[in-house]
Design a protein around this ligand. Structure first.
Ligand code: HEC
Ligand code: HEC
Length: 337
C-alpha cells in the first residue's frame, strides 16, 4: 500500500502522453531518532510534524538565519544564544526596532511544554515560531515576504523539498514546522544531578544539603520547580511585585487574580541563563535566593505555595548550599557554542 501513489504516478506518465510533467521523485526523509532521557515523561510530537533529519537541519538553518527579519540583521539565534542555553545574557534583547519588553527565554526540553511565552499565549512550537517574525520590535517582517525570499534563495528550495517533498509550497507553514522540529531536538539532561540520580557520580555534602533544602518544606522550591524538568509548566505569582507592571497570564485570561502570574521556568542550566525572572530583574542566583528567603511580597495575588511558610529564614550556609545544588543542574555539553 505504501507504494501506491508512486505506482499510479508512473502509470499516469506512461499512458497519458503528458510530456511536460516528470513524475515527482519519491520523498523519503530520514526519521530523526530522539533520545528521551531516563526518567523523563514520554514526549508528545504532533503526528503531522514528525522529526526528520532533513527537517531538523532546515529548522536549525532557519533559526540562525537573519533572512527571517525585515532588514536581515536579526535571527532567532540573536536573542537565543547557544552559550546561554539559548537565552540572552542581556536583560532585554535587541530586535530590529528596539528592545524586547521581557527577558528572552532559554530553549531546551520544550517538547515537554504545553504552552509557550512567559504568559503561555502560544499552544505549540509551530504557532510560537510565527510570532517573532511578525513582531514589530523583534524581526518586523511579514511571512509573505519571507516566503518570497526563501523561494528565490539559492539553497532553501532544495532543502524544503528534501524535508517536506517538492510538491509542498515553501512558506510559513513549513518554515515553522522545521523550526519546531529543530527546537524539539534541544534536549538537555546531561548534568551532575542526573548522574547522581543514576548513581554514577557523588554529590558533595554541600550539594546534598542543597538538594534536601530544595525538596523539603524548608526551602520549598519543588512544588513549582518539579523534577525532572524542574518546572511544573504552570503559571504562578512568586511575589515579585505588589502591583505587577506586567499582567502576565492575566493578559490571556483577563482574570484579576492571574495578574503577575508567569510560566515557571525550568531551573536546569540556571547557571547559564542570568539575568533572572520575566523582566530579568535579578543578576545573580544570590539575589534570587534572597527574594525567596526574605524579599517577596505577600498579597492576594501571591501564590498560596509561597505563603504557606512564614519566610525561609535560611542562614548563609544554607543559601550557599541551595546555590550549589542549583549548579548541579548545569549541562555544560548542551551549552557548548
Ligand atoms: C528580539 C529578540 C527575539 C527574537 C529575534 C526571537 N525571540 Fe524568542 N523570545 C524572545 C523573548 C523576549 C521571549 C519571551 C517573550 C514573551 O514572553 O512575551 C521569547 C520566547 C520564545 C519562546 C518561548 C519559550 C518558552 O519556554 O515558552 C520560544 C520557543 C522562542 N522564543 C523561539 C523563537 C524563535 C523560533 C525565533 C525565530 C523565529 C525567536 N524566538 C526569535 C526574544 C526573541
Ligand atoms: C509558587 C511557585 C514557586 C515556588 C514555590 C518557587 N518558584 Fe522559583 N519561580 C517561579 C516562577 C513562576 C518564576 C518566574 C517568575 C517571573 O519571572 O515572574 C520563578 C523563577 C525562578 C528563578 C529564575 C528563573 C529564570 O530563568 O529566570 C529561579 C532561579 C527560581 N525561581 C528558583 C527558585 C528556588 C530556589 C525556589 C525555592 C527557594 C523557588 N524558585 C520556589 C515559581 C516558583
Amino acid at each position: 500500500m505504501k507504494y501506491w501513489p508512486l505506482t499510479l504516478l508512473l502509470l499516469g506518465a506512461c499512458s497519458g502522453g503528458d510530456k511536460g510533467t516528470t513524475p515527482a521523485s519519491p520523498h523519503n526523509p530520514t526519521p530523526y531518532a530522539l533520545d528521551v532521557p531516563a526518567g523523563f515523561p514520554l514526549p508528545e510530537i504532533p503526528a503531522n510534524n514528525p522529526l526528520t533529519i532533513e527537517g531538523v537541519e532546515l529548522g536549525r538553518l532557519l533559526f540562525t538565519d537573519p533572512i527571517l527579519s525585515v532588514d536581515s540583521t536579526v535571527a532567532c539565534a540573536s536573542c537565543h544564544l547557544r552559550e546561554s542555553a539559548f537565552a540572552d545574557a542581556r536583560r532585554f534583547s535587541k530586535g530590529v526596532n528596539g528592545l524586547t519588553s521581557r527577558n528572552s527565554m532559554p530553549l531546551f526540553n520544550l517538547l515537554w511544554s504545553p504552552s509557550f511565552f512567559w504568559d503561555g499565549r502560544s499552544a505549540s512550537l509551530e504557532d510560537q515560531a510565527i510570532h517573532p517574525v511578525q513582531n514589530p520590535i523583534e524581526m518586523g517582517e511579514d511571512w509573505s515576504t519571507v516566503t518570497a525570499k526563501l523561494t528565490r534563495h539559492p539553497t532553501y528550495p532544495r532543502l524544503f523539498a528534501q524535508a517536506f517533498g517538492a510538491d509542498k509550497p515553501i512558506g510559513q507553514k513549513l518554515a515553522v514546522q522545521a523550526i519546531a522540529q529543530f527546537e524539539r531536538t534541544l534536549v538537555s539532561a546531561d548534568t551532575k544531578y542526573d548522574r547522581w540520580l543514576a548513581g554514577t557520580e557523588e554529590f558533595t555534602p554541600e550539594e546534598e544539603r542543597g538538594f534536601l533544602l530544595f525538596h523539603t518544606e524548608q526551602a520549598d522550591c519543588f512544588h513549582c520547580h518539579v523534577a525532572p524538568l524542574f518546572t511544573d509548566n504552570q503559571f504562578h505569582n512568586n511575589g515579585l511585585d505588589l502591583d505587577p507592571a506586567d499582567p502576565g497570564l492575566a493578559r490571556q485570561t483577563e482574570g484579576r487574580l492571574d495578574r503577575g502570574k508567569f510560566k515557571t521556568p525550568s531551573l536546569r542550566n540556571i547557571e547559564y541563563t542570568a539575568p533572572y525572572m520575566h523582566d530579568g530583574r535579578f543578576q545573580t542566583l544570590q539575589e534570587v535566593i534572597e527574594h525567596y528567603n526574605s524579599g517577596f511580597h505577600r498579597s492576594n495575588l501571591t501564590d498560596p505555595l509561597m505563603l504557606i511558610r512564614p519566610g525561609l529564614n535560611l542562614n548563609i550556609k544554607e543559601k550557599q548550599s541551595l546555590i550549589s545544588f542549583l549548579k548541579t543542574l548545569s549541562d555544560p555539553q548542551f551549552n557548548k557554542p
